[in-house]
Design a protein around this ligand. Structure first.
Ligand code: ARG
Length: 582
C-alpha cells in the first residue's frame, strides 16, 4: 500500500519522519526506527544512529529533525525529545478521526494491496484410501487461511492438494478391491470407512504370501500404465477424494477437485528429475542408490546425509516427486513463491529438497520456497490425539462433535432462538472454534485440543470474537438503526477508551501485513482478540445508546460498526464465519 493511501497512522507517521530525517542526514534511506512506547503512541529512535553517523549529539539531531517536521502538524498533538534523543509522539485525535472515517468508507476496511506474486500453496495433502484424521487439521486450516489472506492482499494464489495417491500400497489396495468385488468395495468406501478398507488389505498382505505376490505384480502393472489397473486405481482415488471433498465442504475450506495435484501427477517427470541431476553432475552412488549430497546434512554418525532420488531397483521415492514438484511449480506454473504447509517432522526432507533444487538451478532467487511448518495436536494426555478406539480421531467425527457441542452452548446462552437459527449458528461457532483454536496457537508449537476452552465465550476463542461481533449487530437491531447509516460519521474521540479503540481499529492492516510476513495466522488472532477486549472496555465505559447527545451516539455507533466490520473481515481471513446473533 502506498503511503498516500494508507490509513495506518504508524505508516503515515513513519513516512513524514523519514523525510525529516533524510533532510537532516543529507541522504536518502534513513530509518526513523519507530517502535511503540509506554509514554506515547510511538517513539522514533533514529536520531541515535544518525548522530553517530554525523558525529553530533543525538538530542541535537532529534531537535533538528523536529524543526524539519512540518508534516507532523496534521498528525501529532505532541512531539517531544526525550532521554538520550528519542522522539516521543502522540497522535492527534483529529488525525485519528479522519483516518477512521476513511477506513469506514473503504470496503476493505483499511487492508491494502501489495505487488502481486504468483504463489503456490501446498496444503492438506491427505493420503488416498486413508481417512482424514486430526493430523490433517492443521495443514488444512492453516493453508486455507493463508490462501484467503494472500489472495485478499492481491497475490495470485494457486492451491495444490498434494495427495498421496501413488506408491507400493496401491498394489495391495487394488488386489483387495478385486477380492471384494468392485461394487461391494465401492459401497464400503463410500460409507467413508477408508481406514477399515486399508486395514483389511494390510492384514491380508501381512498374512498371505500369494496376496503379497499379487500386490507386488499389481504395482508393476500400475507403474507401467496398464489400462485396467489404472481404471481400478482411479476408482480408489475417486472414492477417496469424494470423502475429502465432503470434509472440505463441511469445514468451509476452499479446496476442490480442481486443486488436486497428487504425487501421481509428477510420475512422468520423475525420470527427468534424475536425468537432469545426472547431467548437472550432481548424482552420486550410495549403497546402490542414486543420491545427491546437499552440503550441511549429516546423520547420527556424523556422515554426510544423502537425498535419495532413485532406489537400487530403479524405483523413485517421495524426494524425487518433491523435486519434480519444484520443477513443475517453477517452470510450468511460473510461481514466484512456493509454500509448503507441512508438519515439522518433514522439515529436514523439505530443506534437503529445496537445497538440491537450488544446487540444480531450479530454484533461483528471487524465487523462494518456504516450509510453513507446524506442531502436533495433542490430547489431554499430551500425546498425539487419538479416538477412544486408539485410532487417530477422524476428521469428520471431530467436526460433528464441535457442532453439536456448540449447539448445546448456544441453546444455553440464547434459548429464544428458533431451532433452524440455532443450528446455523452452531455450525459457524463449532467449526469456527476448532479452526480458531488451531490458528491462534503459534503454528510451530504443539497444542492441547481442549473442547471446553475452545468453545468458551471467554478468552482468546472464536465464540468470544463471534459474540463481540453479534453483540454489536444487536445494538443496531435494538435501536433499529441501519449500520450503513453511520458510515459517513466522523467519530469524535473524547474518552480514552474511544481513543484506544480507534488505535486498535487502525492497526488492522499492520496486523495482516505482519501475519502474512511470517505466515503465522496466530498473529492476526492475537490482534482480533486485543481488538475485542479493547471494544469491551469501550463498551463498558462509553454508553452507546443511552448517551443524551445525538452526536456522541452517532460517533459511538460509528466506532461499533467499524469494530464489527474489522472482526468480520479478520475472521473471514481466517476462514471463520460471523453470525449476526448468538
Ligand atoms: N501426503 C504427505 C503426508 O501425508 C504430505 C505431502 C506434503 N506435500 C509435499 N509436497 N510433500 O505426509
Amino acid at each position: 500500500m502506498s503511503s498516500q493511501t494508507s490509513t495506518d497512522p504508524l505508516l503515515i507517521l513513519s513516512s513524514a519522519l523519514q523525510t525529516a530525517f533524510e533532510a537532516v542526514a543529507g541522504r536518502t534511506g534513513v530509518d526513523p526506527v519507530i517502535r511503540s512506547s509506554d509514554r506515547a503512541d510511538a517513539q522514533a529512535n533514529g536520531a541515535l544512529g544518525l548522530a553517530k553517523e554525523l558525529g553530533q549529539n543525538p538530542r541535537q539531531v532529534a531537535e533538528a529533525v523536529l524543526a524539519e517536521c512540518a508534516g507532523l502538524a496534521g498528525i501529532c498533538s505532541s512531539v517531544e525529545v526525550a532521554g538520550p534523543g528519542f522522539l516521543n509522539l502522540v497522535f492527534s485525535n483529529d488525525f485519528l478521526s479522519r483516518l477512521l472515517n476513511e477506513v469506514a468508507s473503504d470496503p476493505r476496511v483499511g487492508i491494502g494491496t501489495v505487488p502481486s506474486k504468483r504463489v503456490v500453496i501446498d496444503y492438506s495433502a491427505p493420503n488416498v484410501a486413508k481417512e482424514m484424521h486430526v493430523g490433517h487439521l492443521r495443514t488444512t486450516v492453516i493453508g486455507d487461511s493463508l490462501v484467503r489472506m494472500l489472495s485478499f492482499v492481491g497475490h495470485e494464489v494457486i492451491r495444490e492438494n498434494h495427495i498421496g495417491d501413488w506408491g507400493t500400497p496401491f498394489g495391495m489396495l487394488i488386489e483387495h478391491l478385486l477380492d471384494l468385488g468392485e461394487t461391494q468395495a465401492a459401497d464400503h468406501l463410500s460409507l467413508g470407512d477408508l481406514d477399515g478398507f486399508y486395514k483389511q488389505a494390510r492384514t491380508k498382505f501381512d498374512a498371505d504370501e500369494t496376496f503379497q505376490d499379487r500386490a507386488r505384480s499389481r504395482v508393476v502393472l500400475l507403474q507401467s500404465g496398464d489400462a485396467e489397473t489404472r481404471r481400478l486405481w482411479n476408482l480408489l482415488v475417486n472414492l477417496s477424494t469424494h470423502h475429502f471433498n465432503a470434509v472440505y465442504k463441511l469445514l468451509g475450506v476452499l479446496l476442490t477437485d480442481d486443486d488436486l495435484m497428487g504425487e501421481s501427477a509428477y510420475n512422468d517427470l520423475l525420470p527427468q528429475v534424475v536425468n537432469r541431476l545426472d547431467k548437472l553432475g550432481l548424482l552420486q552412488q550410495s549403497a546402490g542408490a542414486d543420491v545427491v549430497f546437499p552440503p550441511g546434512y549429516t546423520n547420527r554418525e556424523g556422515e554426510p546425509l544423502p537425498l535419495i532420488v532413485q532406489k537400487g531397483q530403479g524405483g523413485f521415492n517421495y524426494a524425487t516427486s518433491d523435486l519434480a514438484c519444484v520443477i513443475d511449480r517453477v517452470e510450468r506454473l511460473q510461481a514466484d513463491l512456493l509454500l509448503y504447509v507441512v508438519g515439522s517432522p518433514q522439515a529436514q526432507h523439505l530443506a534437503m529438497v529445496f537445497d538440491v533444487a537450488r544446487m540444480a538451478g531450479w530454484l533461483v532467487e528471487p524465487n523462494e520456497a518456504v516450509h510453513v511448518a507446524f506442531g502436533n495436536v495433542l490430547g489431554s494426555d499430551r500425546k498425539i490425539m487419538k479416538s477412544r478406539s486408539g485410532d487417530p480421531l477422524k476428521f469428520i467425527d471431530l467436526i460433528e462433535e464441535a457442532v453439536s457441542r456448540a449447539d448445546a452452548a448456544i441453546a444455553a446462552k440464547n434459548p429464544d432462538l428458533s431451532e433452524t437459527e440455532r443450528h446455523e449458528i452452531a455450525r459457524m461457532v463449532g467449526i469456527g472454534s476448532v479452526k480458531y483454536a488451531d490458528l491462534s496457537t503459534d503454528r510451530v508449537r504443539d497444542y492441547v485440543f481442549d473442547w471446553e476452552r475452545m468453545l468458551s465465550f471467554d478468552g482468546n476463542t472464536a465464540p468470544y470474537l463471534q459474540y463481540a461481533h453479534a453483540r454489536i449487530c444487536s445494538i443496531f437491531r435494538r435501536a433499529d438503526i441501519s449500520r450503513v447509516s453511520v458510515r459517513d460519521v466522523v467519530p469524535t474521540l473524547v474518552e480514552p477508551q474511544e481513543r484506544e479503540l480507534a488505535l486498535a481499529l487502525l492497526a488492522f492492516n499492520a496486523a495482516v501485513v505482519d501475519t502474512i510476513d511470517k505466515y503465522s495466522p496466530h498473529r492476526l488472532c492475537t490482534y482480533l482478540y486485543d481488538l475485542a477486549t479493547t471494544f469491551t472496555a469501550f463498551y463498558e465505559h462509553c454508553p452507546v445508546l443511552k448517551d443524551g447527545y445525538e452526536s456522541t451516539r452517532q460517533s459511538r455507533l460509528a466506532l461499533c460498526d467499524l469494530t464489527a466490520r474489522v472482526l468480520n473481515q479478520g475472521l473471514a481471513l481466517l476462514g471463520i464465519e460471523t453470525p449476526e446473533q448468538m
